[in-house]
Design a protein around this ligand. Sequence first.
Ligand code: ADP
Ligand code: MG
Length: 700
Amino acid sequence: MNTTQLSEKNPNLFDLEMPVQYLRGVGPARAQVFAQLGVNTVADLLEYYPRDWVFMPRAVKINQMRPDETVAVIGLVESTDYQSHRRQPMFEAVISDESGICRLVWFHGGYLRDQLRPGQIIIASGKVTLYKRRLQMTNPKFVVLDEEQSKATEHFSGGVYPATAKLGSRQIKRIIRPVLDDLDELVQEFYDKAFRKKANLIARKDAFAWIHLPPDEKKLAQAKRRLKYDELFLMQLGLGLRRYRLRHFSAAKPCKITDEIDSRIRKRFPFLLTEDQNECISQIAADMGGSEPMNRLLQGDVGSGKTVVALYAALLAVANKSQAVIMAPTEILAGQHFLSIERYLKGSKVRRALITGGLTGKKRAELLGEIKEGAVDIVVGTVALLQGDIEFQKLGLAIIDEQHKFGVEQRARLRKQTTPHCLVMTATPIPRTLAMTAFGDLDVSVIRHSPPGRGKIVTRWVDKRDRSKAHEFIRERLKARKQAYFVYPRITAVEQDSDVKAATDEWKNLSENVFAEFKVELLHGRMPSAKKQQVMSEFRKGRIDVLVSTVVVEVGVDVPNATIMVIEGADRFGLAQLHQLRGRIGRGEAKSYCLLLAETDSEIARSRLEMMIRSSDGFEIAEHDLRLRGPGEMFSTRQHGLPDLKIANILNDFELLVMARRNAFEMVRSDPMLATPEHVNIRRALLAKFGESLGLADIA
Ligand code: ADP
Ligand code: MG
């Protein structure tokens, strides 16, 4: 669209890309406030949806109010008062119109002190009650009106925008209003009539009009549905295109499996692989056998045997004269991977190397040289280290072990170097909703059942009054040469949060008092990496009885003899985290015990702890966690490199999501470049909205 031309014709016409700064009522200062809200252009403003909507009944005069009726009145705020010392703190406003005065009260209404002031004109609606023989409204809904609105004695309804101290909802409303007059020009339709009818979707421009200025609740609901659908559809379309692109526009080296290679690899493992492991391996081998780059997620609880599957894949690459890299989120975990690989590959000709942060200077340069020449087959290290200056001669497979830290971005960056097959491992079971969004461009393999011979884990919620009983219980197990983890939410205590125990203090207490006869050691993330490695290695060898730590044990510890885990301040951890932690025990054949120490009034925390006791199924736990916390908190979408959704919610709008995904993937199949004329509007909108975050620049 050509702005100048349009402006000459009609000065009121806006352009979607036009900075909000040039709108009436916005200048440079306000534009900055808008920028903080993520609103830079007219398009952003149209998508700055109200957070709530009010539909007021028809307003009456104050003297027409009758007890027990639900009505609205428009009046001038005469006075306000906040009584904070009552048993139930109460905010009160007296309003008047030409017919009389009326009292409005809000229990616990302290927050209204910033919103209601004498001199304002408001419309308030609620049920009329009689108090001390006077009419009043208790906890009414209200909207502060501007002058124009206050003259409209008809009914009032509208959106309430997420506002800031510098920019109120009413101002935002006034700024958006004129833009809505130009929706015919601004908003292009995506779908033909037949589809809209079938899918029960209203016109896109009506949706924008009604979301901001809903004529009634039914139309508002229709507007929401359409805008949610579009948002989900564009996201799925982006994911679908990315997936298509990856498969068709870049080539990886095919890594063929033969019976001979397969049996040679299997000989490396001192056990038979489980059915689930075999299933995952055959999916991976099928992917790697082709020239389309594999892009697969391997899911399975801690200890379910993912590393073994990953090593199989790495050896398959090596057998095909390619290099493989294994990237872990932390040095401890990288070290752990390397150790287990060393164990499996003892006496093998496969050349492997661990890159650590401590490796510097000439030694590092030498190793990097060998990797570049192809003299190393398997390289293990942290994501950070391996994303630097390392070059491979022929990288065939990249394995990313993310535990529960995912990163689409990392995957993307690695791929730019070359096009290896890519396997992402995660110990966090991913609920269906997230598998379709955050991981929507990946294929998924799942290990559901852990290898046999695992002891049962008993989980108990222990009252703090029973702490010393718990210590006695643990003492007995320590005497029997078992090992224990004590996990704390913090490294050191902070004053503001004095009831949370901290690792450093408790380590002192446990080593000097409670378990003085045993060897108790401390491990936390701020210790130098060499020291951490040393403590881990001692614990692994059984020379440490009790390991006191923060969540660092969450990753990378595999000590079958450790059968006890005490989690202090368990209410401070998320469910996924608790589940991860617990996965550190129950690795050997003996029965294990997980003791959760927590006091909490929080409903969510209680629900989490009860879930931990009830279930050991990672998928069930993850689904529960998702419900409790919502997708945003559980997995930050930004962390995934996915854009935030503005109106849709992948949990609540799951059915729309499924429909959007089906239709979007269908469109990718039929028109992968979105080149046909009927897809022009969709393509433009997709690039504007998700082009950057989904890396779709190349279809521009
Ligand atoms: P994850 O990476 O999923 O945490 P690992 O691959 O590290 O799991 O395996 C956990 C433990 O189980 C390791 O000690 C490993 O040797 C053992 N293990 C893996 N697969 C099997 C199997 N099929 N049978 C018996 N033990 C297994
Ligand atoms: Mg592992």
